[in-house]
Design a protein around this ligand. Sequence first.
Ligand SMILES: NC(=O)c1ccc[n+]([C@@H]2O[C@H](COP(=O)([O-])OP(=O)(O)OC[C@H]3O[C@@H](n4cnc5c(N)ncnc54)[C@H](OP(=O)(O)O)[C@@H]3O)[C@@H](O)[C@H]2O)c1
Length: 266
Amino acid sequence: MNIAFIGFGNMANALVRGILSADNITLADNLYIFHNKTKNDYSLDKCTFLNSSEECNNSFDIIFLCVKPVDLEKAILENSKIFKDNQIIVSVVAGITIDSIKKNINKNIAVVRAMPNLCAIFNESITGLCAENTINEASKDYVENIFKCVGHIRNIDEDEMHLFTALYGSGPAYIMYFIESLVDCDDFKNITKEDKSLLILHMLNSTSKMLFVTENINDLRSKVTSKKGTTEAALKIFEKNNFNKIIKDAIKGAKNKSIDIANKKK
Ligand SMILES: NC(=O)c1ccc[n+]([C@@H]2O[C@H](COP(=O)([O-])OP(=O)(O)OC[C@H]3O[C@@H](n4cnc5c(N)ncnc54)[C@H](OP(=O)(O)O)[C@@H]3O)[C@@H](O)[C@H]2O)c1
């Protein structure tokens, strides 16, 4: 399979590096990556980098769309020569529907929408996939396998993409925000700020290990929250400030933004 990527920002970087480092995929051909930079500073094994305006005579079986939603139409236009009938188009672009992508590309293509996250770089992405009905099973499997090699996949309906984006696509940033808040709390005399951050990351790592072998998170949390103890004192402040509602509202906000983007592009 010949594969191209349009856009090489955060998400494409994570995907490409994740794919290249996975043991369970062997790429027979180079990946072609169309970027937007006047100067090509990129260099990666098995990758050919081209500016979107450069001529390319290769034909591609799969094209990944990895630009921001606002840049999508222009990116499709600038790369219009590489779009051909019978290709599979994989779009990671938040909020842009299969219908809208088909309208824009205007070829006989099969579109798969994917919502990975940046953890693809460590082969730990959580990716929601939604393929249009007309795609053949072999092509669908091929795309699924690419995402399986960078993490976990789930097939979802297209209308669930908004929620999936809000929860798992943006999720790593919510966790980073929470960690930043922990890092920002009072400093120690004998622990440097860097060491404090590192210990918080170890705590996050070991807590998730514990949760993987726990049947019920709520039970475990109740067990480690002694009555009238320090943890309870902190959790009461979370509750008083409606932490749970803040999180639900934030995810609703991200979901609504994804719906907004989709409606504007209809
Ligand atoms: N970041 C995430 O966690 C995440 C997760 C899931 C899905 N996504 C989706 O992935 C897409 C990309 O997000 P991102 O975070 O990777 O954004 P990003 O870092 O801004 O990357 C987008 C890249 O596309 C390039 N680009 C713009 N127009 C182009 C064109 N005409 N031809 C070729 N390249 C072009 C941009 O170059 P310039 O900077 O030079 O314009 C930029 O390098 C978005 O649609 C987003 O919804 C992102």
